[in-house]
Write a protein that binds this ligand. Structure first.
Ligand SMILES: [Zn+2]
Length: 251
């Protein structure tokens, strides 16, 4: 079992530096907004919370009026913000090896196989893109963020070690992180131990954990969801039926 979204950045990675101090005021602010602040880190000047969510200081500042809508447990969830549609989301694969590149192609195909108001399009242009997918640092898993201003979150990092588990696992993590970029939260955000074996409630946070109609109700949990917090070494890389229902409902 891999903690897909909880990989600790290493000191050897110049782009991920968790050594800087986060003020008590900032931590309190996150707590006030119902985030789980365990393991919070500073990454490139932004806050990394709950394993794989990046929140900029500006976004934190704007969270004065949190909207928290928590549905029954065990369903698919989205953030309050979504991507405006219709639109084409241009996805740049930046300096990816062949396993990572294939995984990204498959992840994009997962989205384009659905009937959605957006289309993802792979691009090699470093000057014209909406989401840049990179692979740096160490370990397996990935990191991304949530939409704002009608745009998807711009950066995905899938850690290089993920490739050693094969294309389908890379496809899984890429699809999962792109899911965050368009506003999906973890299906088990309320209890990470469902997929991770341990861990608690991530909190609704001001980003929201809004139940998506048509997905399972308590006590049922969609154990096949690509948006579960943790993943294993034998993932198919495909959406579950309820993931499809959730995305087609939203978009
Ligand atoms: Zn995640």
């Amino acid at each position: 079992m891999f903690t897909s979204c909880e990989e600790e950045p290493t000191e050897a990675n110049p782009q991920l530096d968790g050594s800087e101090e986060i003020s008590a005021a900032v931590i309190q602010r996150f707590k006030d907004l119902h985030f789980n602040t365990d393991g919070i880190e500073l990454v490139d000047g932004n806050y990394l919370v709950e394993g794989d969510m990046i929140i900029t200081p500006e976004a934190l500042e704007e969270m004065s009026d949190p909207i928290i809508v928590e549905g029954p447990k065990g369903e698919q969830y989205r953030t309050y913000n979504l991507v405006s549609t219709p639109r084409t989301i241009r996805v740049l694969g930046y300096q990816l090896n062949s396993t990572m590149s294939q995984g990204l192609d498959r992840a994009i195909a997962n989205y384009n196989a659905l009937n959605l108001g957006f289309t993802m399009q792979r691009t090699n242009s470093t000057s014209s893109w909406d989401i840049a997918v990179q692979s740096y640092g160490s370990g397996a898993g990935g990191v991304a963020g949530f939409p704002s201003g009608g745009d998807p979150y711009q950066y995905v990092n899938v850690y290089p070690g993920t490739a050693s588990y094969g294309v389908s696992v890379v496809e899984h993590v890429m699809t999962h992180e792109l899911g965050h970029c368009v506003g999906l939260r973890h299906t088990d955000w309320f209890n990470r131990s469902i997929s991770c074996g341990s861990g608690g409630n991530e909190g609704g946070s001001s980003y929201g954990a809004v139940h998506i109609p048509g997905t399972p109700s308590q006590p049922n949990v969609d154990y096949n969801s690509i948006m579960l917090s943790c993943f294993s070494a034998n993932e198919s890389g495909n959406f579950s039926n309820y993931d499809r229902i959730a995305l087609e409902y939203l978009y």
